[in-house]
Design a protein around this ligand. Structure first.
Ligand SMILES: [Zn+2]
Ligand SMILES: [Zn+2]
Length: 229
């Protein structure tokens, strides 16, 4: 079966000029300047990733089974560029500003809140030289003075090749498993973190797996919503 390989080596035009320049305005010396970061924060719109309707207090009136969900925005414009450069061009310096944006958007944590990054395929970590979701989770846990737990692990190191909801949902069902050493805290709140919501299959499966261990409170945080289908 032919493998679907994403182009991970094509540099952004900014990289050809200066390795560290703001992805939004080109200001030298920072991967994302404060002005562009604040622009993203002030333009943040609360939408339900599942039905794409506006939501209040992170809860969708229609999708009642979805845990409270926070998304920075659509995967386009500057957010799209940031995710692309962070993930595919391995611009590690973007992890901190992305965590800072999440820190601004997320409400105060109920104590204790444990951040759980969705695990990345190990082949991708090797290729990119960074575990992008874990790195953001670590920065966010520092900012919020909360624990970061790799409660979920990849059951299979496979890529989701299908683009339709049904195919991805089926693949996602078995993508994650609970780490052997994980001990659930039924009193704690768990913040599931991922970079992109496409069909939501990965996130919903991760949420289900975590809750099945005895976890009672989960919240979802995703950098961007991608509308491919
Ligand atoms: Zn800028
Ligand atoms: Zn909804």
């Amino acid at each position: 079966m032919p493998k679907k390989v994403k182009n991970t080596t094509f540099p952004s035009p900014f990289d050809l000029i200066a390795p560290l320049s703001c992805r939004g305005c080109g200001t030298i010396g920072t991967a994302l300047c404060n002005r562009c970061k604040n622009y993203i924060i002030s333009n943040h719109t609360a939408i339900c990733p599942n039905c794409k309707e506006p939501i209040i207090n992170a809860k969708c009136q229609k999708c009642i089974n979805l845990p409270p969900t926070y998304i920075i925005g659509e995967r386009q414009d500057l957010i799209g560029t940031l995710i692309h450069d962070y993930k595919y061009n391995s611009i590690r310096a973007l992890a901190k500003p992305l965590a800072e944006i999440l820190d601004e958007i997320l409400p105060p944590f109920k104590s204790p809140t444990i951040i759980v990054p969705l695990p990345t395929i190990s082949k991708h970590i090797r290729l990119r030289g960074l575990d992008h979701t874990l790195l953001i989770a670590k920065h966010l846990s520092k900012l919020r003075n909360s624990e970061c737990s790799q409660a979920l692990v990849r059951a299979h190191d496979t890529v989701q090749v299908g683009t339709d909801h049904k195919t991805r949902a089926k693949q996602a069902q078995n993508a994650y498993t609970i780490a052997n050493r994980f001990i659930p805290n039924p009193e704690a709140s768990y913040l599931l973190l991922d970079d992109v919501w496409t069909t939501g299959a990965s996130m919903l499966s991760a949420n289900k797996k975590l809750r099945a261990t005895g976890v009672n409170h989960t919240t979802i945080a995703v950098l961007a919503l991608s509308r491919i289908n």
